[in-house]
Design a protein around this ligand. Structure first.
Ligand code: 6GU
Length: 274
């Protein structure tokens, strides 16, 4: 996979040299190219922003440097292996939520181009213009506001890179991921333990030492339900009751969740204290 990032802070992308993504690059599984947007600014001060039309606070990134930068990046890919239609990934708090599903979709594309912005964002005409030639995905990594799109690029690239064939050591490592499609879909992963069996008087749950695979799987599923009800009740509300067996339903009832008339699960109304 090829990844291009155009940014005014190339040094912010240094972590892409480290760990999983860095190793994937060294092995040639990932071709990451970081470009300085200011290389395509032409005035004395390398200006890339200007005041917003219509007034208001902050600055807007000018279209011309982005246009020249994206043309240069696109031209550099012509005739190459990644000549398939690239995806333009535009990090913005106004985008669609970044999910594991989107990470999987992006991991199946040969070429991603990221345009992390600072200030109030990029002149809309840039996204509209390249939207005619590229698949554009405006993506948010969560409901909070960051100062720029560079940290989201690190997040998205890491989530995508670990899905590429051969990047994770163990081929099975993503199977049990929280949010991975499959039997444990939409449940958070429970706690994990390693040696020693006793640490500061705390014992590893006995079932994990039992060697009984069925009991271990059930225990892990129970723990996943405990964690999901506590941390992400929205996931329980969305879950398909057809995926739950009798044991799951009994545990959910103990945790205060019951199947409602509409077939979804909801929390039992809490008694009001006197
Ligand atoms: Cl992608 N960008 C910025 N600036 N803030 C964010 C975000 C992106 N996602 C969540 N907050």
């Amino acid at each position: 996979m090829r990844i291009d990032v155009v940014t005014i802070f190339p040094e912010y992308l240094e972590p892409l040299n480290v760990s999983l993504v860095g190793k994937a690059r060294q092995r040639g599984q990932l071709d990451v190219r970081v470009h300085d947007l200011r290389d395509w600014a032409h005035d004395k001060h390398n200006t890339v922003d200007d005041t917003p039309y219509g007034g208001g606070p902050g600055m807007v990134m000018k279209p011309e440097p982005w246009g020249e930068a994206l043309d240069a990046v696109l031209e550099s890919g012509e005739g190459g292996e990644s000549d398939a239609r690239p995806v333009l990934v535009v990090p913005t708090p106004s985008g669609v939520p970044f999910t594991q599903e989107l990470a999987v979709e992006l991991s199946e594309r040969p070429w991603l181009i990221f345009t992390p912005a600072r200030y109030e964002g990029i002149d809309r005409r840039v996204i509209d213009a390249y939207g005619e030639r590229l698949d554009v995905r405006e993506v948010s990594i969560g409901d909070y506001v960051l100062a720029g799109g560079e940290a989201p690029v690190l997040v998205i690239v890491e989530a995508v890179a670990r899905l590429l064939p051969g990047v994770l050591g163990n081929a099975e490592s993503h199977r049990d991921d929280s949010f991975a499609p499959g039997a444990m879909a939409d449940l958070l992963e429970g706690p994990v333990y390693t040696k020693p069996p006793v640490w500061r008087d705390r014992e590893v749950p006995e079932v994990l030492l039992s060697g009984h695979h069925g009991k271990v799987a059930r225990w892990r599923r129970d723990e996943a339900f405990r964690r999901t009800t506590a941390n992400r009740p929205d996931l329980i509300e969305r879950c398909d009751p057809a995926t739950l067996d009798k044991h799951d339903r009994k545990l959910l009832a103990e945790l205060g969740w019951v199947e409602r008339a509409d077939g979804r699960f909801g929390r039992v109304a809490q008694a009001v204290e006197e």
